[in-house]
Design a protein around this ligand. Structure first.
Ligand SMILES: Cc1ncc(COP(=O)(O)O)c(C=O)c1O
Length: 387
């Protein structure tokens, strides 16, 4: 049938497969099946109690309304303080924009920085939404493959080579990265940013997994460049995925453009979440305890997964993921994950989300759940693979 209402080509993006796995696993759970969730990048711990209490008090007090587009002043000031406390960096609250999760931060950043057809370098493996949002905004993602020889991170040489092929307008890097948790050591990060600046490429730093690093200390890109765009979120370290709250830091001359785009696209981030986020900074003890549990989970998976036949695990410096090669067990990670879900009742994510070319040989495990979940998941995987 010919439709009168037609589809745009920009909407023709790939699904976020991890979310599909979550949906399938949740459906099985709703049907009463016991499924271990190792697919989703979300903490099983709730937001800190102080944050939840502040949100409840705000609801009891009355109206939850619109806020200024850039966010409530106390939260922007608290975030500015956070940069001084954690990184020793002075950042004016005027440069900080509160967003509806980092996801809205990407939209605002891309709309602020780029014009149709502009080319933006992203890592592969990397977070799939980068590619898909860029495409939906008629921008060109340029996937640069990281490799074992460079410890699975992008190097200045790789960036330069892609730029030489055809001009890059931007580069977007997460450090630690999703799906592997791999980080650039500070010197490598600094040289990547320097190269980006020298080549006139706008550097966007996704710092969403900051706070969740185990061996390498994370540095904000602001330390190396006041021209970098910082995107961050309360979703991961602060355990606030569903509150949809994040922030970005932009150079002063871009603030007004971001303000106007936010006013028009989103009006503001939800006020209730802004209030909760402000108080989340008073719940760091709880968050540090959660982080300590991730480290135990990580160590358990790193010890056990190789025994099950998973290989080439990329360095898990931070975040809560293990990205492992499964080619000894299957040559099709999508079918493999589906089988594991059906038969081992354990949900893990195929690498095809994160790496369009090599992803069939890789899978991602999330260790954001409880230790009991990890043990249970490993046991089920072991039993399934021994069959
Ligand atoms: C690297 C990275 N960036 C951004 C996001 C989006 O997070 P949110 O919109 O909840 O802040 C995620 C979510 O998993 C992620 O892994």
């Amino acid at each position: 049938m010919k439709h009168i209402v037609t589809k745009s080509t920009r909407g023709n993006v790939e699904p976020f497969r991890a979310m599909g796995v979550v949906a399938a696993a949740s459906k099985m759970q709703a049907e009463g099946q016991d499924v271990v969730m190792m697919c989703v990048g979300q903490p099983s711990a709730p937001a800190p109690l102080v944050a939840r209490e502040a949100a409840m008090a705000a609801i009891s007090a009355g109206i939850i309304g619109y806020t200024p587009a850039l966010g409530i002043k106390p939260l922007r000031e608290r975030l500015s303080q956070h940069y001084l406390d954690r990184y020793g960096e002075e950042v004016s609250p005027d440069r900080i924009v509160v967003t509806t999760g980092s996801s809205a931060g990407f939209m605002l950043a891309f709309l602020t920085l780029f014009d149709e057809g502009d080319r933006v370098a992203i890592p592969s493996p990397g977070y799939p939404a980068y590619r898909n949002i860029l495409k939906a905004l008629s921008l060109k993602p340029v996937e640069i493959e990281s490799e074992a020889s460079s410890r699975w991170v992008l190097t200045p040489q790789m960036l330069e080579a892609a730029h030489q092929e055809e001009r890059l307008h931007g580069a977007l890097i997460a450090n630690p990265n999703n799906p592997n948790g791999t980080m650039m050591v500070p010197d490598a990060f600094k040289s990547l940013i320097n190269t980006s600046n020298e080549l006139g490429i706008t550097f966007i730093s996704d710092e969403i997994y900051h706070g969740l690093t185990f061996d390498v200390k994370e540095e904000t890109a602001l330390k190396y460049s006041d021209q970098a765009i910082i995107i961050n979120s309360f979703s991961k370290y602060f355990c606030m995925t569903g509150w949809r709250i994040g922030w970005m830091i932009v150079p002063e001359h871009l603030v007004e453009t971001v303000n106007r785009l936010q006013q028009n696209a989103f009006i503001c981030a939800p006020e209730i979440s802004q209030i909760a986020a402000l108080h989340a900074f008073d719940g760091l003890d709880e968050l540090e305890a959660t982080k300590a549990s991730y480290k135990e989970n990580r160590d358990l998976l790193l010890a056990e997964l190789p025994k099950l036949g998973f290989r080439e695990i990329q360095p898990v410096d931070g975040a809560f993921y293990v990205y492992a090669n499964c080619s000894q067990l299957s040559n099709d990670s999508e079918a493999f994950c589906q089988d594991i879900l059906n038969h081992a009742k354990t949900a893990i994510t195929p690498g095809t989300d994160f790496d369009t070319k090599r992803g069939k040989a890789w899978v991602r495990f999330s260790f954001a759940g409880s230790k009991a979940d990890m043990k249970n998941g490993l046991q089920r995987l072991g039993d399934y693979l021994k069959r």
